[in-house]
Design a binder for this molecule. Sequence first.
Ligand code: PLP
Length: 458
Amino acid sequence: VQKPIRNYDVGELRRLDLAHHLPAQSDYKLQRELGGSRIITRAEGCTITDAEGKSLLDGMAGLWCVNVGYGRDELARVAYEQMLELPYYNTFFKTATPPPVRLAAKIAEKMQASNPALTHVFFNSSGSEANDTIFRLVRHYWALKGQPKRKIFISRKNAYHGSTVAGASLGGMTFMHEQGDLPIPGVEHVLQPYQFGEGFGEDPDAFATRVANSIEERILGVGAENVAAFIGEPVQGAGGVIIPPDSYWPKVEAICRKYGILLICDEVICGFGRLGHWFGHQHWGIKPDLIAMAKGLSSGYLPISAVGVSSEIVNTLVEHGGDFVHGYTYSGHPTCCAVALANIEIMENEDLIERTRTVTGPYLAKVLKRLENHPLVGEARSIGLIGAVEIVSEPGTNKRFTGKEGTAGPIVRDLCIKNGLMVRGIRDSLVMCPPLIITEAEIDRLVDILHQSLNEAE
Ligand code: PLP
């Protein structure tokens, strides 16, 4: 396929960006100071290129999503053919189209590999919407079960569950709560399993117990009869790639079961291979009642998200209610679903999940670990193809630079970008989440650039 290489007038685009465009999750003062955004114009494999011709290794897979890498003409072709046949139709009039039906069955197959109870799938366009759907579905479920008081969601501090009112409320980022007077009532935030930051030097199992117990304490504090569900990302992504100790998730699951509350896994980042499994929770062998998924579901080629739902919830809806008055114009969008299905087929055909678990994931872990010899690195951790580097002021500690806490990540990130690598700086850490097609040679380059940029920051 001949791919277009267009020339853009960078000056004009940056001028229009400043004059008319409010980019999402951005600092608009900084946008002005920088004279507009960096304009990315094309990408291939694991490499993105900007309008000025600078290429960067994409250590973030876009925004934790381009799992199969860029430039997949088979996905473009599927979208083109679906648009010619039926670009759009909805599910509001007792109707469905082939792509969402087939995609739901495919997702059910992946969920049921470890948990046969997860039978059904509800579609939306974004991860935030998936969590909004869960918010309403769960409360509706408990009302239908005759327990309408069960309304409270327990989540973690520093969790990210999206940007909508419900998503940002479920999330535990206080700087997000400050904008828009959030969280809405009915969301409780408990400790996060951030061992490096909040359990440094503590025995991992003792730390996991302490953190999981904060859930039980909160359940008892608000009254178990008022709690609807616990929600968590298997690995917190935007919070700084927080990988819990191994015994954390089984303990959380046991607490949920003890009090009869639903367990929700937000798999928006961890799903579709990121941790070397179809879903991140499968790494710990737990069985959630609901799953939110997005991003890797279509590798970001088109916007789509989904909610995986257990048969118990579906049967309750059918037997006690019937209707669920919730959904979006683009729920089950045929073109998005067709592309997502083809994306999953690429992952299957190229064994990307298995490769992440057995080859590239362990390789990233091995080379990243070497960074722990660097005097600025307190920890370099990863699982599958997602990882983080903690920047510290004294080797062997978790001490940050006094008076500059929270700034080291963005400083080193800017150096990485200058040196040809796109990563994200989150407070005092750098996080990475490359496409699952990344090669060992590209992983070497990623870690070399991290190393070089840390040297330049010293
Ligand atoms: N949940 C998690 C775990 C996420 O990481 C994100 C986005 O980064 C979301 C939800 C929200 O997804 P979206 O940005 O598609 O609304």
